[in-house]
Design a binder for this molecule. Structure first.
Ligand code: SF4
Length: 321
């Protein structure tokens, strides 16, 4: 089945859907215009199926979702192996001609670290072979407990990149968007060359990443005056970091300030209406970094909070490992 410019495996979708009596579907935002196409396909095959809240990643589901259905199918996400629930993952795949990687040659050093995301990661070994045939030494790091494939990165998990970082001249990120390659640059402090197969474009993210780091330091400075802190704990099962949130509460209190935990599912503009002066988000790192513009109060990652309270000196990207 064609969804946007991606392919999804109909047979696998149907096979997974037959594993439950009531199937809840989770879609990322970009797939909303194809919701009824997917639901009709399954219903016509006799499946009792409905949509659940959309998802930002394979981390994005709640215990209470299982009161409505006995299996959740994520479309367009790869499995997050450590989460042992009744979940199925139907990846969306984007196919492209790997010869297009020739356009990255002028940017790459001789030793390249390959990383990617779904829906491109299925091509990573083919890309490695092509680069090696063209004289490069190519490294691919091992998958983690949160990733399904070697070389795969998430916006909250760059472990496959970090383990090969000292062996390479630069990373070659195969994928779209900015959030992942910018996070990769900040997490590894290595040069990142992006090959975007959809736009057929090669670009670098160093400038954007350095601009973001500057903005983050400005956010930390803005938080210095804060007296009342809200510590956000996301209740999504793959984002929940309660222990870290409690650690943050202590960190704030040890500095003689007030802190309270806030348990939330969706983190949105409601934060503007609480009477906290500053938030520390233990949820997905996107919340503090990508969505900061939505909020009137400063919102910090746990790493930034440590910098604020002099527990850490250098900037690092927040990861859920
Ligand atoms: S926590 Fe955020 S970055 Fe990590 S998988 Fe979930 S949505 Fe993606």
């Amino acid at each position: 089945m064609k969804i946007k410019y991606y392919e999804i495996d109909e047979k696998k979708l149907l096979k997974e859907a037959k594993k439950g009596k009531k199937i809840g579907i989770k879609l990322p935002e970009g797939f909303f215009p194809y919701a009824s196409k997917i639901l009709n396909f399954l219903e016509e095959k006799g499946i009792n199926v409905f949509l659940l809240e959309p998802c930002y990643g394979a981390c994005d589901f709640l215990e209470e979702d299982f009161k409505r259905c006995d299996r959740i199918i994520f479309i367009g996400e790869a499995k997050m192996p450590y989460l042992k629930y009744k979940l199925s993952f139907i990846e969306a795949k984007y196919n492209f001609d790997i010869k297009q990687l020739k356009r990255t040659f002028e940017y790459n050093g001789k030793k390249v670290g390959l990383v990617s995301i779904t829906p491109f990661v299925h091509k990573i070994w083919e890309c490695k072979k092509f680069l090696e045939e063209n004289g490069y030494k190519v490294f691919i790091g091992k998958k983690s407990r949160r990733t399904a494939y070697d070389g795969q990165i998430l916006g909250c998990d760059f472990s496959s990149a970090m383990q090969i970082s000292s062996q390479i001249n630069n990373f070659l990120y195969i994928g779209d968007g900015f959030f992942h390659p910018v996070g990769l640059y900040i997490a590894t402090k290595k040069d990142v060359v992006v090959f975007n197969p959809i736009e057929k474009r090669v670009y670098k993210v160093e400038e954007i990443a350095n601009r973001i780091i500057k903005k983050r330091y400005a956010m930390i400075a803005k938080a210095m005056e804060a007296k009342k802190f809200g510590i956000i704990v996301c209740i999504k099962l793959g984002q929940r970091r309660i222990r870290l949130a409690k650690k943050m509460k202590k960190l704030v209190e040890n500095a003689g300030k007030k802190a309270h935990l806030i348990f939330l599912n969706n983190i949105d503009e409601k934060l503007n209406y609480f009477d906290f002066d500053c938030y520390i988000s233990t949820a997905c790192p996107r919340v503090a970094i990508d969505d900061a513009g939505k909020y009137k109060k400063p919102i910090l990652t746990p790493i930034e909070a440590q910098i604020l309270f002099n527990e850490r000196k250098s900037y690092e990207f927040d990861q859920i490992l």
